[in-house]
Design a protein around this ligand. Structure first.
Ligand code: SF4
Ligand code: FES
Length: 244
């Protein structure tokens, strides 16, 4: 009797106790689309890109524990259509103007759009106007491009041990805040070498002075699809547990 396998799209996938469906899938080189998941960080279930069908319900693969015998569907036309709609909504909720963004070609949101066959934004643009923080000598924070994935929050807390970021507000008012006396990055202890400064999937947190060192056309997702890159990402090591 094999009680340590789940089935994803007809393929038997082994898992270890404590792994989520996403963990097991990635370990078996099965890609489930995701934007707010990063191996090693506590999963949050924010973006819902990783929603999969399990029986008659839909669950987030990144937060749902793998349990023996689960029958899961992921790569289906209906789920990929829903993922495309979510990606389109993320595009219109922020200012994701790819040709004028220095993250173009290195951006996971843009790459997800390509992966899912997104040809336009479909929904009307919100044209967000959130505060930009250019106070830090080495790091730029452009909140208009933030997709509220929470990766920088977790990276700062769990790996950098600093707790520089948090998400405040709800719904349309949700936004990234900086935990410093002035709310500005310059008054935080953030450094350009922090994981939090380098994990942003979009162009919301950028390292200054290096945006165009790699020319457009030669960047990560100019050369590779997001599923190929997603299967290569190595787990980061936590130095501190996320305790909220
Ligand atoms: S700044 Fe980037 S990493 Fe942080 S929540 Fe926004 S999109 Fe995610
Ligand atoms: S990757 Fe699972 S909800 Fe974002």
């Amino acid at each position: 009797m094999d009680d340590h396998t789940i089935t994803i799209d007809g393929a038997e996938i082994p898992f270890q106790q404590g792994q989520t469906i996403m963990d097991a899938a990635l370990a078996a080189e099965v890609y489930i689309p995701h934007l707010c998941h990063y191996p090693g960080l506590t999963p949050r279930g924010n973006c819902r890109l990783c929603s999969v069908d399990m029986g008659n319900k839909s669950v987030a693969a990144c937060t749902t524990a793998a349990v023996a015998g689960q029958q899961i569907s992921s790569d289906t036309p209906a789920l990929n259509a829903a993922r495309k709609s979510i990606t389109q909504m993320l595009f219109i909720e922020g200012n994701h103007i790819c040709p004028s963004c220095e993250k173009s070609g290195n951006c996971k949101l843009q790459a997800m759009g390509y992966y899912l066959g997104m040809l336009d934004e479909h929904f009307p643009q919100f044209y967000q106007r959130r505060e930009i923080d250019a106070s830090h000598a080495d790091i730029l924070l452009d909140r208009d491009r933030c997709i509220l994935c929470d990766l920088c929050v977790r990276a700062s807390r769990e790996v950098d041990g600093k707790d520089v970021f948090a998400i405040a507000g709800r719904g349309m008012d949700a936004h990234l805040i900086v935990n410093s006396s002035t709310g500005k990055l310059i008054d935080s202890n953030m450094a350009a070498s922090d994981l939090a400064a380098n994990i942003c999937p979009v162009g919301a947190i950028l390292i200054k002075q290096e945006g165009y060192q790699v020319p457009i056309g030669q960047r990560i997702y100019d050369q590779n699809m997001i599923n190929e890159v997603g299967l290569q990402e190595k787990a980061v090591k936590k130095t501190k547990q996320d305790d909220d």
